[in-house]
Design a protein around this ligand. Sequence first.
Ligand code: ADP
Length: 499
Amino acid sequence: MLIPDPKTLMSEAAFRFVNESHKLLIGDRWLDAQSGATVDVIDPGTGRVIAKVPAADSADVDLAVAAAREAFDNGPWSRMTASARGKLIWQFADLIEANARSLAEVESLDTGRALYECQIVDVPGSVEMLRYMAGWASKINGETMNVAMPCDFHTYTVREAVGVVAIIVPWNYPLELAVWRMAPALAAGCTIILKPAEQTPLNAIRLGQLAQECGFPPGVINVVTGYGETAGAALSAHMDVDAISFTGSTETGRLIVKAAAGNMKRVFLELGGKSPAIVFADADLTAAIPGVAGSIFFSAGQVCTAGSRLLVHASIFDRVVAGVAEIAATMTLGHGLAAGTQLGPLVSSDQMDRVSGYLDAGRRDGVTIVTGGHRVGTEGYYMQPTVITNTSAQMSIYREEVFGPVLCAVPFDDDDMDRVAAMANDTVYGLHASIWTQNLRLAHMMARKVKAGNVCINTHNFFDPAFPMGGYKQSGWGRASGFQAIEHYTEVKGVVAKL
Ligand code: ADP
């Protein structure tokens, strides 16, 4: 595989940004970490260092939280009308849209993901979320109620912003996840400290620049780059942070919950998954086969909702597996920014070790690798899209979140819906699922039985700002989109007056 020089594939604006001296955004100032420490940012397509960003620690986090606190308690943001707040959020969307090309290029370079994905998903998805939440800003209302108490009381509720929100996002969708978490918090009137993953910090810094250009008052949006164990841990334990929004692994989610206990801050969690795609015998395979392949190979499987377990009726198992394997074997693997790339590299050498480790364990356990299974080249972190059969429910590759382009296919030969649902639900996760069938009754009955925050019928990986996204079981707490997301960033205050 020929790896091009990424410099030749980027617009001047993106190249200039990547080569800037990157800083933390605290209030209205751009600062280095007080310790002077930095984190190397690596292009996953080449394995080379492309930038350095500050490695913030608790001293920098204290400053960022103080700036967000001041902006929330005393700044113009909290006194602004909801309409003005909504307008600013809408303008933020416009600015992101105006910078779509360079944001997509930086995202592709930083994550390794194919540029077309960033162009069709990440940037428009960010813009739409901001526009959707901008509309909610002026529609966050309380209500009046009829109470049972005798005498004359006038009772009503108001919804108030929860306060200072820390947002910790992972490396797979750094731009879109940052924006998806920020948008409802901003609409509710909160102030924010955004911490991107250490592997992919660039677009969080760019978002900070655009937020300033947009005119958000100082301290409403702060950006702190650095490691999870230092900057992330300091944010999640901070006594002056009122709510935390964490997106990442279930293991780290557990640490966040513990750290949040200190001041009982509100916790939103969007965690791991091992999502089933269930293909029934009557499914339209011209849609199901590419749909299933897309659900696991998009973003090289580094998606929390990836359809990593394929459950197929035995009567069509061989056809479906062969169809998905053929798609896998013919995908163009390449640098995210290179023309024609369908599948980029994994994000990091750690992630390569993790995915390779699961594949090695699968081999030891005796699985059959139908296609893929190997790293490609030694430069960058390229992994072949992989389809596996002959797994059992006890194997780590079947049970645990691999977070790579690895699909485990399993037949079911039973038409009993409860038994198929039990197979689908045999996981600690409950984030996403898809059901492929032309039988409406079967589809909706299965949708009831599958324990997941989102169940898709004849599609997979459906996300929309209006559609509540989130997990059951160990996949998380709360919903990231729809009005449910706003509820998370507001407190309900009941007011009563004796008349
Ligand atoms: P991964 O293991 O795939 O890197 P994580 O869930 O650990 O995924 O990372 C997601 C985000 O959580 C990143 O921004 C990371 O810096 C942050 N993070 C990691 N460890 C901690 C921690 N102990 N406390 C707070 N944030 C953390």
